[in-house]
Ligand binder design. Structure first.
Ligand SMILES: *[C@@H]1O[C@H](CO)[C@@H](O)[C@H](O)[C@H]1NC(C)=O
Ligand SMILES: *[C@@H]1O[C@H](CO)[C@@H](O)[C@H](O)[C@H]1NC(C)=O
Ligand SMILES: *[C@@H]1O[C@H](CO)[C@@H](O)[C@H](O)[C@H]1NC(C)=O
Ligand SMILES: *[C@@H]1O[C@H](CO)[C@@H](O)[C@H](O)[C@H]1NC(C)=O
Ligand SMILES: *[C@@H]1O[C@H](CO)[C@@H](O)[C@H](O)[C@H]1NC(C)=O
Length: 740
């Protein structure tokens, strides 16, 4: 049960920034046809770090006291492991300080980065004594995976001590940039640069610079061709200091340092001298002109393009208050981020003054600018930040915040979800070439824990390589195909209406779309999804009907609901009812209403029995979505049946949960709801599930025999009834599936 919950992940497919054309496509990892799933060699994987190595076709995983290497070849599922516990004595020391043995006093691997051509850098919490090691992974084509346990380095400043604290890092030019808390108590919030030849750099301890930050992502992004202008960007949240915010308000920031920052000569020695930050805004217009702000940053994905200076920044935000819980995805352009950094600095005369834009003279070189050709003027050379005048360093230290915030592209989120029963946690984005242009497809991991989503991009499609999404959770890692074209049905029109840029109609199938291929027969229309244009030679007037027949039971004089939701929000739905081989449109009135979710009978009559057909029409394309046989039961019958089958289940559930009477009352409602919701076709699964969860064999047999008795009683009642209304020549339907 826990596994089910933890691994539930949704894929949200969104095409185009301006319009949501296609909607949610949830993907339950346990029901989807993933090609592989890996949960470690010792039960729970406790996954905490992942690195996908596209060059070597390998997936490296880090967990609790363990590292794995998985080969990703076509037929291979080979895996190797390295046991990596804390250094001798550290686990005991950690327990001595009162930390949890299981969840804190182990070596939780937090960082896995490529280091050089043959080695990875791995860092773990080491039972509150962070440590790093180099892992030999060999060259491409060989499956080497070893670590020299004697060659372990201090990991302080590279990963946090506490496995539950957030941190972000990026490895560049042999140096590690990390935003984290670097002490045992988790209070020293810093941006660190370590390793490599230069001396270690850190942030000065000052709440103006970083106020209780939570680091989410770090990336090096070049400014131009001059490497001296390379900057490392950090995405994080911190306590807000600006006006108009309530106590303890959180803001999301983008901050940056120059990669060639070496600190000051007399002040800011070995401390960042180029750090500046700006607010990232993600909001929607609200009532009375007050915007609703999504302030809490959850995840960032950098969508890299050919122009490495200008990736698109995708970010998930949340806002959680007593009245409202919402999530939003905003996309930022680097140009807008740079513009905020080039704009005025935020300034405050003193504690009792308002924040405003700094209007005085900014010293030269402007704080936040890297020493490079640009800053060099004739007679004034700035070879490094050590050459910066003290006035520049002092200004940088007192004015780290920019006045103007960064707004998302189009000034609004590309996705907003409110009051959903799960959280949006992680995002990866794939830019897809379709027949009619480029589309960004977002994959969003949901749940209550932070999962790991990794999406590899292959520059040129290899024969054996399938584009895949790797989805991790503490329980394991699954590989999920991006192309799920077969789920869209077997007709050209369905394929077209799906508007999935990964799929196209190839003449006989809804199949994977490969851009620039020479295939003549490819039909795809992401923008309009119009099958009339795309499937001209297909017989559209032919109603595509691939529904299974289902039976729905309603109670006389009570309300009942026939569910039917079209796959496309633009489709119109009609309901037909078939009785004695005559099909007619359902007459709608006060009693029988058509809703967005289906057909609602506010009061059910016996003569409502029949076969109900729900059809959708879009662009002249007709589709039968649902075919439901409605059976009307007399009130007594259904209640009795519920009560009996419920009693049969009750012992199992009550025993295993140790239920009180109020819980029993709740389970009863729950049981009824389940029976109504799942429909008869899914009952075997539920049976199987409940059995595993609750029932032992003895109880199961008891339950079965009770149901069997009831089934017989039901059958004879039915026979009597159909005799009395004899003219309706129907075969008696088998209730057994439902009872089961
Ligand atoms: C699952 O995928 C594999 C490989 O792509 C395929 O061989 C298999 O038939 C699929 N199974 C189902 C039930 O679709
Ligand atoms: C990579 O780094 C490791 C650890 O410092 C070192 O032992 C190894 O020789 C290096 N490999 C190459 C190819 O530089
Ligand atoms: C298209 O399908 C309809 C309904 O099945 C049929 O009456 C019609 O003859 C078909 N047209 C062609 C061109 O096949
Ligand atoms: C009608 O339906 C409601 C809700 O499901 C239920 O509480 C009630 O007992 C039903 N009445 C009869 C007569 O079945
Ligand atoms: C439904 O209502 C009708 C008219 O009020 C009544 O004759 C009939 O007995 C009721 N049926 C049930 C099962 O309550």
């Amino acid at each position: 049960c826990r596994l089910l919950k933890e691994q539930k992940t949704a894929i949200i497919t969104l095409f185009e920034l301006t319009t949501v054309l296609f909607n949610l496509l949830p993907l339950d990892l346990l029901s989807t046809n993933r090609s592989s799933i890996f949960s470690g060699h010792h039960g729970q994987l406790s996954l905490t770090a992942v690195f996908l190595d596209e060059y070597r076709d390998r997936l490296f995983l880090g967990g609790k006291d363990i590292l794995y290497s998985l080969l990703l070849g076509p037929a291979s599922s080979e895996s190797k492991e390295i046991y990596w516990p804390p250094l001798p004595g550290n686990r005991e020391d950690c327990i001595q300080t009162g930390k949890e043995p299981q969840t804190e006093c182990a070596n939780f691997v937090r960082l896995l980065q490529p280091y050089n051509r043959t080695h990875l850098l791995a860092c773990g919490t080491g039972a509150f004594q962070p440590m790093c090691a180099f892992i030999s992974v060999g060259h491409r084509g060989e499956h080497v995976f070893t670590m020299d346990p004697t060659n372990v380095e201090n990991g302080r400043g590279k990963v946090p001590h506490d496995p539950s604290l957030p941190f972000a890092s990026t490895f560049n030019g042999g140096e590690l940039y990390a935003g984290l808390t670097a002490d045992f108590l988790g209070r020293d919030s810093v941006i660190f640069r370590s390793m490599g030849g230069r001396s270690t750099m850190r942030t000065e301890t000052d709440q103006k610079l970083l106020h209780d930050p939570k680091f989410i992502a770090a990336h090096l992004i070049p400014d131009n061709d001059d490497k001296d202008n390379d900057k490392v960007y950090f995405f994080f949240t911190e306590k807000a200091s600006e006006p108009g915010d309530r106590e303890g308000a959180i803001h999301t920031r983008v901050g940056r340092v120059c990669a060639n920052d070496v600190g000051g000569q007399r002040v800011l020695v070995n401390k960042w001298s180029t750090f500046i930050k700006a607010r990232l805004v993600c909001s929607v217009p609200g009532p009375h002109g007050i915007d609703t702000h999504f302030n809490q940053l959850e995840d960032v994905f950098l969508l890299r393009t050919k122009d490495e200076r200008n990736p698109d920044v995708y970010a998930i935000f949340s806002t959680i208050s007593n009245v409202f819980q919402g999530f939003a995805v905003c996309v930022y352009r680097m140009a807008d981020i740079r513009e905020a950094f080039n704009g005025p600095f935020a300034h405050k005369e003193g504690p009792d003054y308002q924040w405003g834009a700094f209007e005085g003279r900014v010293p030269y070189p402007r704080p936040g600018v890297c020493p490079s050709k640009i800053t060099n003027q004739p007679g004034r050379e700035f070879g490094s930040t050590k050459d910066f005048p003290d006035s520049v360093l002092q200004f940088a230290r007192s004015h780290p915040l920019m006045w103007r915030p960064v707004y998302p592209a189009l000034r609004q989120p590309v996705l907003v979800k409110t009051n959903i029963p799960y959280k949006l946690k992680q995002i990866v984005v794939d830019r897809v070439e379709a027949e009619d242009g480029q589309y960004d497809v977002m994959f969003i991991g949901t749940g209550n824990t932070r999962n790991n989503l990794f999406l590899p991009f292959f520059s040129s499609p290899h024969d054996f390589k399938q584009q895949a999404l790797y989805v991790g959770s503490p329980a394991g890692v699954a590989q999920v195909k991006l192309h799920r074209c077969e789920t869209y049905g077997k007709a050209c029109a369905e394929c077209c209406l799906a508007r999935d840029p990964y799929c196209a109609w190839d003449g006989s199938l809804c199949a994977r779309y490969t851009p620039n291929s020479k295939r003549r027969y490819r039909r795809q229309d992401i923008r309009h999804g119009n099958p009339v244009l795309q499937c001209v030679d297909q017989n559209l007037s032919e109603d595509i009907d691939m529904t299974e027949d289902k039976v729905v039971y309603g109670t006389e004089n009570n309300s009942t609901f026939l569910e039917c939701v079209p796959r496309s929000p633009q489709a119109t739905v009609t309901w037909l009812v078939q009785r004695d081989d005559r099909k007619e449109e359902v007459k709608l009135d006060e009693r029988v209403m058509s809703t967005e979710q289906g057909l609602l009978f506010r009061r059910l009559f016996h003569q409502d029995e029949g076969v109900y057909i729900c059809r959708s029409r879009e662009h002249g394309f007709m589709q039968t979505l649902t075919r439901l046989t409605l059976e009307v039961l007399q009130g007594e019958t259904v209640d009795e049946l519920m009560a009996r089958s419920y009693r049969a289940w009750m012992p199992c559930s009550a025993y295993s949960r140790g239920g009180s009477s109020s819980q029993i009352g709740q389970s009863r409602t729950w049981f009824k709801d389940i029976m109504q919701l799942i429909g008869p076709s899914n009952l075997p699964h539920v049976e199987e599930y409940c059995e595993r969860m609750w029932c032992n064999d003895k109880l199961r047999r008891k339950h079965k025999s009770m149901l069997e008795k009831h089934r017989q009683a039901q059958e004879s009642a039915r026979k009597a009834r159909s005799k009395s209304s004899g003219e309706r020549n129907r075969t008696p339907r088998d209730l057994s599936a439902w009872e089961e």
